[in-house]
Design a protein around this ligand. Structure first.
Ligand SMILES: [Zn+2]
Ligand SMILES: [Zn+2]
Length: 266
């Protein structure tokens, strides 16, 4: 199987990943990828916002590192992206970041359901225990829908990240998923099939088969990402993600160049 582009990869600038862009690119060539994209965690206006992203002053260095990988691996297509946290109130900051460099795409991700709680952070796991999962999933998908409607992003990251630690609501969340996917379709925002979920407690690709089926029915485009935080994770399990996509009827995936989208066969 020809592997699709891996659009979700990180660098050591975010302080919780290993492997410079040149090392990730070398691994991409080794596993037979034709295209990858870097999408490290965006800086925030305040460098002490949290401790798992690059500092604002490092954005230029990040772009330089990606450009160096491009020079050293001229036969690999390398895209320049960012994984950008969506939090209401930071829209102008994201627009400011967008103007600074010739980005190929922005992945909009919701990690924070409030100004201080990142639902995927293992250090904040106790927060989950004091809340009703439905309340958290609802807040999460409301923000994801806002992200899709914000006009700031090309792709929405790990759509059901809220399942990471297996705090599943008893209630049927289909209406939440549908509302988000309708917003994604209306605004021509793709969703990614992210294989990092397979390496977490939930042991499942983000998003679930049920959500991928709803996405296909809604007419939402897809991309693929390993969410690599180390060279050995580049391209990991993308074959499984393609199998999932095909099972639900997808025959194409989105590619991005300078924030323009085209669909290619998978
Ligand atoms: Zn990360
Ligand atoms: Zn993320």
């Amino acid at each position: 199987m020809r592997l699709p582009a891996d659009y979700h990869t990180h660098t050591p600038l975010c302080r919780h990943a290993t492997g410079e862009p040149v090392e990730l690119a070398a691994q991409a060539v080794r596993v037979g990828l034709e295209e990858i994209g870097f999408s490290d965690h965006n800086p925030m206006p305040r460098d002490d916002f949290d401790d798992w992203r690059m500092q604002a002053s490092q954005l230029g260095l990040y772009v330089e590192k990606v450009e160096r990988a491009r020079r050293e691996f001229p036969n690999l297509i390398i895209k320049l992206g960012l994984e950008v946290d969506y939090l209401p109130g930071y829209e102008d900051w994201v627009r400011d970041l967008a103007h600074r460099y010739p980005w190929d795409y922005f992945i909009g991700s919701v990690h924070y359901v409030s100004e201080s709680w990142a639902i995927d952070n293992p250090m904040q796991l106790s927060e989950w225990k004091s809340r009703d999962p439905l309340e958290v999933w609802t807040a999460y998908f409301e923000r994801l829908t806002m992200a899709a409607e914000s006009n700031l992003f090309d792709i929405i990251g790990h759509t059901d990240l809220c399942k990471k630690f297996c705090f599943y609501p008893k209630e049927d969340c289909t209406p939440l998923f549908k509302r988000f996917l309708e917003a994604a379709r209306r605004n021509e925002v793709a969703i990614e099939l992210n294989t990092a979920g397979l390496r977490k407690d939930c042991k499942e690709i983000y998003p679930s088969l049920a959500i991928v089926e709803l996405a296909k029915a809604a007419g939402v485009a897809i991309t693929f990402g390993s969410d690599a935080h180390a060279p050995g994770e580049v391209g990991l399990n993308l074959g499984e993600a393609v199998t999932l996509a095909k099972k639900t009827g997808y025959t194409q995936a989105a590619r991005f160049s300078k924030r323009r989208r085209e669909l290619v066969p998978i």
